[in-house]
Design a protein around this ligand. Structure first.
Ligand code: NAP
Length: 494
């Protein structure tokens, strides 16, 4: 069934062959150029992605723009039906899609399955919530000096064509989290998938097309960000850019997107604060899971722990005792592997190895790990880290957690607030009042009290401040962000 369903994009040699709608027929890219997708597990080529030409980008964006008005005019209940059908198809192909994720980005079977199931649930929730998004009216006489008689009718309308750019670490979920709200609010969507993860994301788009989104309203444009990214982002026919990726890429894209609305989720460098009254055993488990799940390649991963030297000694001892039970590095396809597999590429692993080595050279203590084998980085724990060391000055997207010694509450807040990142922070304490007081001192998107940084449940608001993002996501917030208000003012007849 998957092979038939995905017949245009699935063939053994070149998964996926890429097709776009040029306004009258489906066409494969004629660029003759492509980029291989290499599995981080064994370096095997999983498939190739065509690198589309600028002319093909122009065609696709012209068609997307032309198709958008009719899509927005399609009754909402029909659009909702199509989006629910896409969620059903995703569930139907859970195993197939999950296997693609395992090969393409090295997720474990549980993580891959989790991403697919969560994506289908998210899409359904979006479709349900979209039905309660409504306009409003305002009367004029509330404002001093104005009589009754003017009415502002405020509707929510689409932006136009949304460019959706997703990262490698959740190529299905973070593509769907852009596609679904954009389509539900009446936009057309052009997806620029990550190169690594692009095969899974292309299949996801095909599911939306097969579920009934009309040709041209949703299209994938493949190619590396380096080659096609700038042209796409600055293209006049792109009305909005929804991006997830690292902060440096986000900053560069923001500079090119000019006056387009932006919805960006970027890097996280998330700290955890451990107060002396915290349950250290429970906190240690949260730290291990938060730091090492999917090999530390999560924007909400725990990157550093702030606590006093006395608590750090006890906590690190518990972490080290608990680590072998919770973490076993290895091939993500093996049932014995727990939390840590290869990072996305050997180049990424070399960067992580270097950040660890330089931090140790500058005075950090390696408690465990630090070594690299191809794309595998040993689960690594460092102590004596200071904020200027590379391992936490920049987001280290790998299985590394750093302990930073602090003397006071104020010092913790100051370190967190001085960071250029601001996605999430956590505080562990038995006293929720202390947690609340501390939370209000922090300049980050979300503060978790007695829980790890995390995205979800997906209808909660999710945002980053500073270099961690622009705009707010979370089901209703994303629907609002993917639309704008259109006020029409009825004045008194002359
Ligand atoms: P990345 O290198 O920034 O790439 C993200 C996406 O941007 C990819 O599709 C990439 O395409 C594309 N891209 C690269 N250069 C571009 C350009 N000049 N113009 C347009 N697009 C361009 O990030 P990543 O390594 O895939 O993902 C990991 C990062 O994402 C981490 O920093 C992580 O924290 C962040 N992230 C944040 C969140 C959040 O919710 N805040 C969630 C997940 C991930 P190519 O793959 O073809 O280069």
């Amino acid at each position: 069934m998957p092979a038939e369903f995905f017949s245009e994009i699935s063939d053994a040699a070149t998964i996926p062959n890429y097709y776009y709608f040029d306004g009258s027929t489906w066409k494969a890219s004629g660029s003759g150029k492509s980029v291989p997708v290499v599995s981080p597990i064994d370096n095997a080529v999983v498939g190739t992605l065509p690198i589309v030409t600028h002319e093909e980008i122009d065609t696709v964006l012209q068609v997307a723009g032309d198709a958008q008005a009719a899509w927005e005019a399609t009754p909402l209940f029909k659009r909702v039906g199509i989006i629910h059908l896409a969620a059903d198809w995703i569930r139907h192909f859970q195993e197939y899609m999950g296997n693609l994720l395992i090969r393409e980005i090295g997720k474990s079977s549980d993580e891959a399955k989790g991403e697919i199931v969560r994506t289908a649930d998210l899409i359904d929730y979006f479709a349900d919530e979209a039905q309660s998004i409504q306009g409003t009216t305002l009367d004029s006489d509330n404002f001093p000096g104005f009589e009754k008689g003017r009415i502002a009718m405020i509707e929510r309308v689409a932006h136009g064509t949304v460019l959706a750019i997703a990262p490698f670490n959740y190529p299905v979920n973070l593509t769907a989290s852009k596609i679904a709200p954009a389509l539900l609010m009446g936009n057309s969507v052009v997806v620029k998938p990550p190169t690594q993860g692009g095969i899974s994301a292309t299949h996801l788009v095909r599911i939306f097309q097969k579920a009934g989104v009309p040709p041209g309203v949703i299209t994938t444009l493949t190619g590396t960000g380096e080659v096609i990214g700038d042209y796409l982002v600055s293209h006049p026919k792109v009305s909005m850019v929804a991006f997830t990726g690292n902060s440096d890429t986000g900053l560069a894209i923001a500079g090119k997107a000019a006056m387009k609305p932006l919805l960006f989720e970027c890097g996280g460098n998330n700290p955890v604060v451990v107060m002396p009254d915290a349950d250290l055993a429970a906190t240690a488990r949260e730290i291990i899971k938060g730091a090492f799940a999917y090999s530390g390649q999560r924007c909400t991963g725990i990157k550093y722990v702030l606590t006093t030297p006395a608590i750090r000694d006890q906590l690190v001892a518990i972490v080290m005792k608990t680590l072998p039970e919770m973490v076993k590095a290895g091939d993500p396809r093996s049932p014995d592997t727990k939390l840590v597999g290869p990072v996305i590429s050997e180049e990424a692993a070399k960067r992580i190895e270097e950040a660890i080595a330089v931090s140790v050279k500058n005075g950090a203590t390696l408690v465990t790990g630090g070594k690299r084998d191809h794309a595998m980085i040993e689960p690594t724990v460092l102590t004596g880290v200071i904020p200027s060391m590379p391992v936490i000055a920049k987001e280290t997207f790998g299985p590394v957690v750093s302990f930073v010694d602090v003397a006071s509450f104020d010092e913790m807040a100051s370190i967190i607030n001085r960071s250029s990142y601001g996605l999430q922070a956590s505080i562990f304490t038995k006293d929720e009042g202390t947690g609340l007081v501390f939370a209000k001192k922090l300049h980050v998107g979300t503060v978790q009290i007695n829980g790890s940084p995390q995205r979800g449940p997906d209808h909660f608001p999710f945002l980053g401040v500073k270099n961690s993002g622009v705009g707010v996501q979370g089901v209703r917030y994303s629907l609002e962000a993917m639309s704008r208000i259109r006020p029409i003012v009825l004045n008194k007849p002359q």
